[in-house]
Design a protein around this ligand. Structure first.
Ligand SMILES: Cc1cc2nc3c(=O)[nH]c(=O)nc-3n(C[C@H](O)[C@H](O)[C@H](O)COP(=O)(O)OP(=O)(O)OC[C@H]3O[C@@H](n4cnc5c(N)ncnc54)[C@H](O)[C@@H]3O)c2cc1C
Length: 466
């Protein structure tokens, strides 16, 4: 059977692609591994940055894509793919405007400036009132409409296992495997790969980003199956060397690296740190209240096993605002279960519990207390509210984690997949996490440039494929 477009993956990139193509009366086959459509949309915040949106115009915020690009380029220190970053930014406002037309609502006070990543100079950052789930709900209505008109056919619980080639070696279709273990073949001149990432496949992660530890939340659907297939088709896969994990994560289950929850508020603009951060050697390694999110993130990422311990005492526990991201209620927030807070009666017991040299830990705490007393810190920390001296002592183990996958399939500005010789492969397109988030953000995180380009590129492919 032949379709105008076959889309592999019905998530954040695949759904807008299908909808915009169906708007042009194309016949689309949407193939999805998971039981339901949506991918990670139902758990993502849905944060999008865009310049020149209708929302900004209504609020009389002066902005334009050139300024957005300049700032994004500065934030990523020139490490991203400039032409793809530009393409995403030039089309971001259309995406946000389109989301509004399909019924997505943004909070009255948005766009905003937030400090989770290094900041833009103006308010161009927003997310829906109902987060990513609201985008999914609005898109689901349109998907159902186009299922009724026979423009979209969806098959869930089915995966892409191979490409079909014609006698001239041109890809002309796909071989799928459904949940009854049955192989099915479908044909199209346009195959769009929007099958998401590989953060739940440690083997692939380690291959792309050797030497770093993978911590991530569990998500069925990010197994990198298409990455494995791409490898055997001489498709260019790169970007993993730029990986830097996000911070603020804890492991809900001590030895399960796939049990990350984003639980800690490590943003000094939201909550000044009262604790010290120490590495596996028992030493402080950064200015905990440094205003740059990228500074803090990079310092954590170069520590052994990309993890560190947040250390404090009873005095901090009782007096400081909560470090929990979901609760600013002081003590109660601190002792929320998801923080996996460990309690020790002495510095020796703390050192033993977190497996660091006790002499190092003593020195670290002594030096920090000296900084507090003298209001002058070796790392330049400015917020020095109180010493760490009153037992019991506490530690929270925190890890730098992967949300989007860093590496991925290389594409050109027409979204065509490139082979290892940089030559576009006919019939094959890709968008979303499958292209790797470092392609758009480089070695840094640019606010709103994960979800934004994912939706935008999917949408643009749907609007342009013939
Ligand atoms: C908790 C959480 C919060 C996040 N918050 C943000 C945020 O605020 N901002 C941000 O920028 N990013 C965020 N992200 C990342 C963002 O959600 C993803 O980068 C984005 O959803 C990727 O969209 P996608 O369409 O490429 O992939 P997905 O949404 O993952 O969809 C991929 C789809 O492909 C299907 N699939 C997989 N393999 C196959 C196969 N072989 N054959 C057929 N189908 C297949 C899957 O079933 C899935 O439905 C977050 C992620 C998580 C987990």
């Amino acid at each position: 059977m032949k379709f105008d477009i076959i889309i592999i993956g019905a998530g954040m990139a695949g759904l807008p692609c299908a909808i915009r193509a169906a708007d042009r009366n194309k016949k689309i086959l949407l193939v999805n591994k998971n039981k339901n459509i949506g991918g990670k949309l139902d758990r993502s915040t849905g944060q999008i940055a865009a310049a020149g949106t209708n929302i900004q115009k209504r609020k009389k915020i002066q902005d334009n894509p050139n300024l957005h690009l300049r700032e994004a380029w500065e934030i990523c220190k020139g490490t991203a793919n400039l032409s793809l970053l530009k393409l995403a930014i030039d089309n971001a406002a259309d995406t946000v405007n389109w989301l509004e037309t399909i019924g997505v609502n943004f909070p009255e006070n948005h766009p905003v400036i937030t400090y989770q990543h290094d900041i833009y100079s103006t308010r161009r950052y927003q997310w829906p009132i109902g987060y990513g789930k609201e985008i999914l709900d609005c898109m689901s209505i349109l998907i159902n409409k186009y299922i009724d008109t026979n423009n979209i056919t969806i098959i869930n619980e089915t995966i892409l296992i191979d490409f079909i080639k014609d006698k001239n070696d041109k890809i002309e279709g796909v071989t799928l495997l459904n949940n009854k273990n049955k192989k099915i073949k479908y044909y199209s001149n346009n195959i769009v790969l929007t099958a998401g990432g590989y953060t739940n496949n440690e083997k692939i992660f380690n291959k792309f980003s050797p030497g770093v530890t993978l911590y991530t939340p569990k998500f069925t659907g990010s197994e990198g199956l298409v990455h494995e297939l791409a490898h055997s088709y001489n498709i260019q896969l790169d970007g993993g060397h730029l990986y830097k994990g996000m911070i603020g994560g804890v492991l809900n289950k001590k030895n399960d690296k796939h049990s990350v929850s984003i639980s800690l508020n490590t943003i000094p603009q939201d909550r000044q740190p009262w604790e010290i951060w120490i590495n596996c050697e028992g030493n402080r390694f950064l200015r905990e209240d440094h205003p740059s999110a990228d500074y803090r993130r990079h310092k954590v990422n170069i520590q052994t096993k990309q993890k560190f311990f947040i250390i404090f005492d009873e005095g901090v526990l009782v007096n400081s605002p909560s470090i929990s991201i979901t609760n600013d209620g002081g003590l109660q927030g601190h002792i929320k279960e998801e923080l996996v807070l460990e309690k020790y009666q002495s510095v020796e017991a703390l050192a033993k519990g977190i497996n660091v040299k006790v002499d190092n830990l003593y020195d670290t705490i002594k030096n920090y207390n000296y900084s507090v007393e003298n209001k002058k810190d070796f790392f330049g920390r400015e917020h020095l509210p109180r010493k760490i001296e009153e037992p019991p002592f506490y530690s929270i183990e925190s890890v730098a984690f992967a949300l989007p996958s860093p590496a991925g399939i290389a594409i050109n500005e027409q979204f065509k997949v490139l082979n290892n010789d940089n030559i576009p492969i006919e019939s094959l397109y890709a968008a979303g996490e499958i292209i790797g988030n470092t392609r758009i953000m480089g070695e840094y995180y640019i606010a709103g440039m994960g979800v934004g380009p994912t939706l935008t590129f999917g949408k643009l492919i749907g609007e342009t494929l013939s």
